[in-house]
Design a protein around this ligand. Sequence first.
Ligand code: TRP
Length: 348
Amino acid sequence: MSPQAKKRILSGMRPTGRLHLGNFVGALENWVKMQNDYDNFHLVADWHVLTTDYEHADQILPNTIEMVKDWLAAGIDPAHSPMFRQTQVKEHAELHLIFSMLVTTARLERNPTLKEQVRDLADKLKGRDLQEEIEADESGMPLITYGHLGYPVLQAADILLYKGNAVPVGEDQLPHIEITREIARRFNNTFGEVFPVPEGVVLKETKFSRLPGPDGRRMSKSLGNTIYLSDTEEQTGKRIMSAVTDPQKVRKNDPGRPEVCNVFTYHQKFNPEEIPEIERDCKSGALGCVACKKNCTAKLNDYLKPLRDRRASYADNDVLEILVDGENKAREVAQETMRKVREAMKIG
Ligand code: TRP
């Protein structure tokens, strides 16, 4: 297939800092796999991150650098897949403005992720109970800014600027893809065919699409159960050694149930070759949890070593250069799309 014939994928993340194994298994690893089959653009949604955290705007750049180091660590090749910051391609703002005319506020208020953001805000305000405020507020959404409401409109601009055919997303992002599709159709019906109507490719709900933390809960910074790609081998070991295994396996030689053990999940993902014997020896009681965790730590660290080495090979300035280069490539595509948009609308 010639490069032009490849479908284009636009994927993006908000830069909130270093990525953990949950992000890697749930998203990043899929981006890497898709590199050969699609034409990929990778967006740093550094305007989007302001919606939930505008007070800490000074953290966006350092967080961006950490996140992009993780992208590179995972094996995204900047020569083939441009990586770029939204803020450095102003066409995102222009298309967002135009799209904001093509969608009603009622439609955006129905967006289910908005309600989640109300909840996140409540968390951020240190457990302040927003229930009363929510009930007192006519919209039911106190603290929601214009920016929150427009979040999916900006995302639609992100996707359609690059005429993305597909967007790899988790289930939670599908409502945004639906809004993107509606906006694309509305534009095309009104002004003529400019945009493809993109598909959300839901990253397959495999056993690992939500890799749990070693404690079995969702892996999350706020729960203190993260294993970062950038962690040291010792830090990784600490997390695995404190993992929750089968609660019924109390003594070393008690028979265990791998199907309820978090360490077994990690073996399945990072040590598939040894699965039959681990399963057998855990069930028979021959394998104790401490030995099993030590083995798991070693295998996980082996798996991560090339990523960590690659990550360490990039200085902050290297990352900035990669971004600037990606931004030049992205801008070219974005400018061409905007020319078509203005032409179709006869506004320029
Ligand atoms: N909303 C996405 C998220 O929180 C981030 C994002 C912004 C994005 N723009 C995008 C994802 C465009 C895919 C395509 O995960």
